[in-house]
Design a protein around this ligand. Structure first.
Ligand code: SF4
Ligand code: SF4
Length: 179
């Protein structure tokens, strides 16, 4: 399968989150192949992934604080009902930034709970979680954030915007190079 077929395949399957083990292995093998084949031309995409990694890491202190203040006492953990999976940008980021790839897509079926959830929380390191798991704040956490200073809230908004921009540019650059 050529690079353009691969990209077409991804977007034809935009609603399918590679839930079977075989589909998951194929998409990850193809990403590996394309990244090795276009290693030199993908330097800008790798730089965007690194910028994104820095921005994500700069958010983790606040996110960990919010989680510590709320999650251990939560009566209805959001992960049990979240319709979450690794999307294409999540996967491209993990590959370009050199982070481990989970063995399987996070859900085997839309009605199943995320494979990474445990009673004590998520087993994935924050950097490896889908973007939606990072930016999502539940109402309790939002209420705590609202009590923080204007500067802290503005900083968080800016960090979110930076990651969103990096994700969009990184994906566009990846597709431009491999297509
Ligand atoms: S983020 Fe909010 S809803 Fe989700 S587990 Fe933590 S406290 Fe509960
Ligand atoms: S990846 Fe982690 S944070 Fe995201 S839904 Fe699954 S258990 Fe929750």
């Amino acid at each position: 399968m050529g690079a353009s077929d691969f990209m077409k395949n991804i977007y034809d399957r935009a609603e399918t989150p590679w839930e079977s083990k075989a589909a998951w292995q194929i998409v990850n093998r193809n990403l590996d192949y394309l990244i090795h084949r276009h290693r030199d031309e993908l330097k800008n995409a790798v730089m965007l992934a690194r910028n994104m990694e820095d921005s994500l890491e700069s958010m983790f202190t606040l996110l960990n604080d919010l989680c510590r203040a709320t999650c251990p006492w939560c009566p209805a953990p959001c992960c049990l009902s979240a319709e979450v999976w690794m999307d294409f940008k999540d996967l491209v980021f993990l590959h370009l930034a050199g982070h481990p790839i989970p063995d399987r897509q996070l859900r085997s079926h839309l009605k199943k709970v995320c494979r990474c959830w445990r009673p004590k929380g998520c087993v994935l390191p924050r950097i490896s979680r889908p973007w939606i798991c990072t930016w999502y704040l539940c109402p309790t956490q939002k209420a705590i954030l609202l009590r923080k200073s204007c500067d802290a809230r503005d900083k968080f908004s800016r960090q979110i915007q930076t990651v969103k921009d990096c994700r969009r540019k990184m994906e566009a650059e990846f597709i431009r190079v491999v297509s």
